[in-house]
Design a protein around this ligand. Structure first.
Ligand code: SF4
Length: 78
């Protein structure tokens, strides 16, 4: 979705979903809230987190840092 309108096939973009709340890519247009990166946000969230989401990637990275204690201990042994 852009200021010119939707470039999705058939010209129909879908509004952002609940999980999109807080994402920087969501933008308000006269017809409602849409995602500037993805025409159908619900598809993005079907199988896990949206890979374009600006609000979850930061949280996911923080998680990644936490779930690698094994590697961290190996690194510390060197
Ligand atoms: S990038 Fe993903 S999370 Fe962000 S508004 Fe678009 S679909 Fe939603």
């Amino acid at each position: 979705m852009s200021a010119k309108g939707c470039s999705y096939s058939e010209g129909i973009c879908h509004k952002i979903v609940e999980k999109c709340q807080g994402c920087n890519r969501g933008a308000e247009y006269s017809t409602g809230w849409f995602c500037s990166a993805c025409p159908d946000p619900s598809v993005k969230w079907k199988s896990g987190n949206c890979n374009m989401a600006s609000h979850v990637s930061a949280a996911a990275e923080a998680k990644k840092a936490k779930i690698n204690p094994l590697k961290a201990s190996k690194r510390a042994r060197r």
